[in-house]
Design a binder for this molecule. Sequence first.
Ligand code: FES
Length: 160
Amino acid sequence: MEEADRIREILDYYRGQRDRSEQSTAVEMLRELQEVRGFLTPELKKAAAETAGVSEKLIDILVRRYPTLRESAIEHEILACTGERCGNRQGAELLGALRKEFGIGKDGLSSDGRVLLRTRCCLKRCRTAVNMDIDGTAYRGLTPESGLKLVKEICGKRKA
Ligand code: FES
């Protein structure tokens, strides 16, 4: 079924529910809508508010309150060093391999939107180059091979 059809089906179902404006029902609807795209877009939140007959502000409050509801598809954040010392130890090769593997665009996002790759000119740990942070954890002494393997293990790839 097409994404748009699935969304329409979910909205139609909840529109027919008597308790559609109750918090638990609205959260259930948001969860189902999120499953379609992986996260809640502004359009999905607006449609959910209209369907539930509640304000968009209330939907925003619910999204913030329930950790399982997400407005962003980003699941992992990588901070790669582009400094000279890391660069001299194949840091650029590792960065290139990551960009290729995850289809990183100019905005730093992977093709599936789940991984955000950012760069910094020096992570101030030059002695242990190549350095990289993944989800806030520091990794040191990476090679293009070990770095790529590590990122694949941690961030994985969504199956098409
Ligand atoms: S150059 Fe990479 S940590 Fe300084």
